[in-house]
Design a binder for this molecule. Structure first.
Ligand SMILES: [Zn+2]
Length: 786
């Protein structure tokens, strides 16, 4: 039901917008042809004329967006003949075009008219078809050529941004496990080999790095959990005993000769003092002006009517194809999964790709912890308030509460009833019993007790995860950018408390709270935030001994996130944006501006760290949960993958680009259900059918989940409501590992030796139990006609 209605809505909005959008595109192409003027370093990055011009486009785009509700609809002319979705050929024939319309490798058609295998996961050409010629490819309808060209430009743009920031697979020294030797840049994407690349005919490149050492060492391939901190290899010959984290055993490399500094545009640059031009940066990072121009190009394409119609039909086609595949093949799939020994839904690896650390435990767990602290250590001095130290007992006395009074209901942290479209209320749910001082005591890393309680609680959650063995987490933990020493404090908290688990990796979330800090005077300009967040990272990259704990902690940090309420109105004083050092307005910069400064500084940092053989980072922001679709376009350019992305349902062309590029979406339908979109309207099942790279994640177990295994709860509800079969759950689990930042050595063990290859070559059914092993391709594609 919801699918049909949304489809119908999509169709209406498309028709209504076509003509205006075409106008907008032609304007923007005029725009592109202008030569770039010199940058005015004082005021911003666009001069007066340019700004006027851009403003003109902006208005058109905005009018166009509003137009989606307009009642007057006119059919786009170019859709008189629909795009050719001929049986299954996606390589277009036009001489200068080699756009790949499908992110999934599909086998060539044999001549007896059998259709190829539209499997859930990419399929490979079965051996007996190899070498045979493909069917002649249908010519591209002339009116589609501009659409393909525009889409291809967008794909190239993303490639550029991913390359510059080193987010493609094979750039990070952590990817080198002694087996994997990297990928050539032209065939690499963020999560593996391009589906259209001829990888089989290439020799693997020379390895640029030595084998990455994971410390503490991951457990041996087969092990049982046996009480705290003890992992027993099931094979007694395996002599590897558990390695416990010891800070003193960590290697701290020497300082580098390169220097760094923040430039006038607010981006950290790396310089080589020994070079001929010591003042010019070693690495070339796109400027903010270039970024906004590129963003504008993408926005123009995704707002173009014919492109929208094309993408909309194409997405529909992909979804229908999958539906038909499931209708026809579910029994075979099930039989195939049954034939795999040992592996089932419970023992495929799942990664919770989006979960905030401070709400990673469930309420019952937190409650039990608070009660036990009240009982066992009432005399702990836990907080300094109003000029005096308070013990835990005194804190609860001041709240008029005893351990006996406490229940889940008094704790009141569930966000089920009253937070829908109220992100402000949701944020308050982080306070146990509505008391910020309890949050301060129990859920903060930097407090009067140096985060001791939170560390203990974290260890308990880690133990739960280790016990479950197959569930893993990527916890988001905050760096606010208020003070310079936040990184050191956080790193010391992790290292001193030995918060290391085989099942956990960390992401740093930067809350977009400029306006709050500006108001309370902790910062002056936006540049202060950029400096506080990034300077320590450049210092530690130059000389790890300057922040040894941070250097060690960063081995387990896989990337960055940025979070806040996306539905907040953004003032559109666009294009007049000053550089960060001049941004002293009381308003926070808009999403796209924040994203650029995260991206550009990560890019510069990554290049340097890569050169030094240190681990690099990916950018995986919260995006497309609410607010303007422009957020999604900026993430399309800059992000490895995103969290949420539910708004992609409103932007078909962008959704199609996300599909082609297989950009990961860590979706949390239970979280959306409490905040922005009811469960049954969530686009996750539609995205999954289309073939987008979606995974399931929990977001905030403390607020949304009831059980000790929130990730399983998430899968369970999805299976119930969306009627996902076992094979789809297994595919979601596989996607979650691919999206995650676990090291290559670990992913290889979890997914199979060549998981990064496209098609069935990358799928090992014994590891992930997704049915598409090559011998079955032919069975599936028996004489089916659409
Ligand atoms: Zn979140």
């Amino acid at each position: 039901m919801p699918q049909e209605t949304s489809a119908a809505r999509g169709a209406i909005s498309e028709d209504a917008n076509a003509s205006q959008a075409r106008q907008a595109t032609s304007d923007s192409s005029r725009e592109e042809s202008r030569s770039p003027p010199a940058v005015d370093s004082k005021k911003g990055f666009f001069d007066y004329n340019e700004e006027k011009n851009l403003h003109h486009i902006e208005e058109k785009l905005l009018a166009h967006r509003r137009g989606s509700d307009a009642a007057t609809a006119s059919r786009p002319v170019s859709l008189g003949s629909s795009p050719d979705f001929g049986p299954d050929v996606h390589h277009l024939d036009a001489p200068h075009l080699n756009i790949k319309l499908s992110a999934i490798t599909e086998p060539a058609l044999p001549h007896d008219g059998r259709l190829p295998d539209p499997t859930l996961t990419p399929a490979v050409v079965p051996a007996d078809l190899k070498g045979k010629s493909k069917l002649p490819e249908p010519p591209v309808a002339p009116e589609n050529i501009p659409i393909f060209e525009a889409l291809e430009r967008c794909l190239d743009l993303r490639d550029k941004y991913m390359r510059v920031s080193g987010q493609k697979l094979g750039f990070n020294p952590r990817d080198y496990d002694g087996n994997f030797t990297g990928l050539d840049d032209d065939i690499a994407t963020v999560s593996g080999v391009r589906p259209d690349a001829d990888w089989a005919s290439r020799a693997p490149p020379e390895s640029r790095f030595k084998k990455w050492r994971i410390y503490p060492r991951p457990p041996p391939p087969h092990w049982h959990w046996k009480g705290k901190q003890t992992v027993v290899p099931s094979n007694p010959d395996h002599q590897d005993s558990e390695e416990e984290f010891e800070f003193s055993a960590c290697e701290i490399p020497d300082a580098d000769k390169y220097t760094f500094g923040i430039d006038e545009r607010g981006v950290y640059q790396v310089y080589d003092p020994a070079s001929e031009s010591p003042k010019s940066p070693v690495y070339e990072i796109p400027t903010i002006r270039e970024y906004f121009v590129d963003l504008e190009k993408v926005l123009a394409v995704i707002c173009d009517g014919p492109t929208k119609s094309f993408a909309f039909r194409r997405l529909n086609y992909l979804a229908s194809k999958f539906t038909m595949y499931s209708l026809l093949n579910e029994p075979q799939e099930l039989a195939e999964m049954k034939s795999v020994p040992h592996r089932d839904f419970y023992n495929v690896r799942k990664v919770d790709t989006h979960v905030h650390h401070s709400s990673s435990m469930n309420q019952k767990h937190l409650l039990r912890f608070i009660k036990s602290k009240m009982k066992r250590s009432p005399n702990d001095v836990v907080i300094f308030r109003d000029g005096k130290e308070l013990t835990l007992e005194e804190v609860f006395q001041s709240l008029n509460l005893t351990a006996y009074d406490l229940s889940i209901d008094t704790l009141d942290m569930h966000a089920h009833q009253d937070s829908f479209h109220r992100f402000d209320k949701f944020n308050l749910k982080y306070n146990p019993i509505g008391e910020s001082r309890l949050r301060e005591i129990f859920l903060k890393t930097d407090n009067y007790i140096q985060g001791r309680y939170l560390a203990e609680l974290t260890k308990e959650v880690m133990t739960d995860l280790e016990q479950s063995k197959y569930q893993n987490c990527e916890w988001r933990i905050s760096i606010y950018g208020r003070q310079r020493d936040e990184w050191d404090k956080l790193a010391r908290w992790i290292v001193n408390n030995k918060l290391y688990s085989h099942n956990v990796r960390w992401l740093i979330q930067v809350p977009r709270l400029y306006d709050v800090y500006k108001q309370n005077g902790s910062i002056n300009t936006f540049e202060d935030i950029v400096r506080n967040v990034f300077e320590p990272l450049f210092e530690v990259t130059k000389d790890p001994s300057s922040h040894p704990e941070l250097h060690v902690f960063l081995q387990r940090v896989i990337g960055f996130d940025t979070v806040d309420d996306e539905s907040k109105a953004e003032r559109r004083f666009h294009r007049k944006f000053p550089y960060p050092r001049l941004w002293d307005a009381k308003e926070s910069p808009p999403y796209s501006y924040w994203v650029y400064y995260m991206y550009a500084n990560i890019a510069s940092l990554n290049q340097w760290r890569h050169q030094r053989g240190f681990s690099t980072f990916v950018f995986r922001p919260h995006c497309g949960e609410a607010g303007d679709p422009e957020h999604l376009a900026s993430a399309y350019l800059t992000a490895h993958s995103i969290s949420h992305g539910i708004l992609l349902r409103k932007v078909p062309a962008l959704q199609y680009l996300f599909y082609l590029k297989q950009i990961g979406l860590a979706m949390s339908p239970l979280s959306n259900n409490a905040l922005f979109l009811t469960y049954e309207r969530n686009p996750l099942p539609d995205f999954f059918k289309v073939g987008l790279n979606v995974s399931l994640s929990t977001d905030d177990p403390l607020q949304f989940h009831f059980t000790k295994e929130p990730l399983l709860e998430e899968y369970s509800v999805a299976a119930h409501i969306y009627k996902f079969p076992q094979s789809s759950l297994a595919e979601l689990a596989r996607n979650s590992v691919i999206q995650s930042g676990f090291e290559m050595e670990i992913k290889r063990h979890w997914l199979g030796q060549t998981w990064y290859l496209p098609g069935a070559a990358g799928n090992d059914i014994h590891k992930v139990s997704t049915p598409s092993s090559p011998p079955h391709c032919i069975i599936r594609s028996t004489r089916l006609r659409y």
